[in-house]
Design a protein around this ligand. Structure first.
Ligand code: RNT
Ligand code: ZN
Length: 418
């Protein structure tokens, strides 16, 4: 079926495919830099293991080892993905010119100047993340540590990150979403659960006391149910993070990562729950297989349902800040990056092609049999033709047209790195 036929079929349901394509093109979706190098960054010794609740598995050849390599790989990915990407950096990706290394508490905007140039040349906005892991000052706790010096160090890192986020927002003319996540927690049954949480709360208060314009810099608090090595207790649990954001709604927003809940919980359902209270929320979209495994995002049921809720709740009008967060070191990293990004784009387009008003009406009228049947019918609509049209109109390859090119890049570039 051609796009013209597909357009007609959707029009018969009252859906304007051209409008959907136009809307999606303008939605910024953050592209996480850390898929390209297995979350290593440039500020610590790459021979040391990742710590602080982050781990990657696999040793596929071609990991980016330098800013130049990572930027080249990002360009490759961006040549494949449709839509409006926004960069998403971690503080550990600071670039030290002339070998002048600075520790995380001493990071400055100048350490991100090359990234600003990179973004400007490509007309990208940029999000930011303080990096509270893979560093000798994880004792193992950071912001929740009982050790005052440790806490101070990480608070200074958080404040430095706010200054860097302001710099990114001002230079690039787009708001910077700045996400606070720590892996603070304990492997086994703690002797004190409230102490670390009180300290975590005070530390975030201290970080957010650094002046910033909330319209430009949007600090987020990301929760997590557990992590590797901290199986028994996580300081920044769901209740903690949500309560923090709710009690400080003039200063920050909650961030939900769909790998950070019990396996039967779904973030799709949590989106409207939070949007009933918060003006804005942020998401990390990932694919957890039984736990926070951070697999590449697929065009699967839950990704589609997340996208449907984003669209139905007005999330594309600035209420939902969308970012990707996965890292797979066992397959070609560029292919992984592009597959996940394209799949999220697909899910958003799919969601924009739903007759949301009609479905709502059926529900409100109690027509549940029809609601089920119509929702099932939608699944065999000629979505692929609209997706192809979207890719074409963005000047990007269709499914089936880019993988060989990535394999060529692997042979020419990635394989020569090891
Ligand atoms: C970890 C969190 C966090 C990180 C990134 C690298 O479980 O999801 O968001 O994945 O900041
Ligand atoms: Zn995350």
């Amino acid at each position: 079926m051609s796009y013209r036929d597909a357009k007609k079929k959707y029009a018969a349901l009252g859906i304007d495919t051209s409008a959907a394509i136009k809307t999606l093109k303008a939605v910024p979706v953050s592209l996480h830099c850390w898929q390209g190098d297995d979350v290593r960054g440039f500020d610590t010794d790459p021979s040391k293991p990742l710590t602080g609740g982050i781990q990657t598995t696999g040793n596929y050849p071609g990991r980016a080892r330098t800013p130049e390599e990572l930027m080249a790989d990002l360009d490759k990915v961006m040549s494949i993905i449709p839509g409006t990407p926004k960069m998403n950096l971690h503080a550990s990706y600071a670039i030290f010119e002339g070998k002048k290394w600075a520790d995380r508490d001493k990071l400055e905007p100048k350490h991100f100047k090359r990234w600003v140039e990179f973004c400007k040349e490509r007309k990208l906005g940029c999000d930011f993340n303080p990096t509270f892991f893979s560093h000798p000052k994880c004792d193992p706790l950071t912001l929740a540590s009982p050790n005052e010096d440790t806490r101070k160090f990480w608070i200074e890192h958080g404040k430095a990150s706010i200054r860097i986020s302001t710099y990114l927002a001002e230079e690039l003319g787009q708001p910077c979403v700045m996400n606070i996540w720590t892996g603070d927690g304990f492997k086994d049954v703690p002797g004190d659960r409230i102490g670390p949480r009180r300290r975590y709360r005070e530390s975030i208060d201290a970080i957010l006391s650094e002046p910033y314009d909330f319209r430009k810099v949007k600090p987020c608090i990301e929760s997590k149910v557990f992590g590797i090595g901290v199986e028994a207790y996580t300081v920044g649990s769901a209740e903690f993070a949500l309560s923090y954001a709710a009690f400080n709604r003039d200063k920050c927003i909650p961030l939900m990562d769909n790998g950070h809940y019990h396996p039967t919980e779904v973030v799709s359902d949590k989106i409207p729950a939070l949007l009933a209270f918060f003006d804005e929320i942020a998401l990390h979209i990932t694919r957890p297989i039984r736990w926070d495994s951070d697999h590449v995002v697929l065009f699967d049921d839950e990704t589609r349902e997340i996208a449907r809720e984003i669209v139905r709740c007005g999330g594309l009008e600035g209420r939902v800040n969308i970012a990707l967060d996965y890292f797979d070191a066992s397959i070609n990293r560029i292919s992984a990056w592009a597959t996940g990004y394209r799949n999220l784009q697909k899910a958003l387009l799919y969601a924009l092609l739903q007759p949301s008003e009609k479905l709502k009406e059926l529900q409100d009228n109690g027509e549940f049999s029809r609601l089920m049947v119509e929702q099932e019918n939608l699944k065999t609509m000629p979505f692929g033709d609209v997706w192809d049209e979207y890719c074409k109109s963005c000047g990007k390859p269709l499914d089936g047209e880019w993988f060989d090119d990535v394999m060529q890049y692997e042979a020419d570039v990635l394989r020569k790195r090891d």
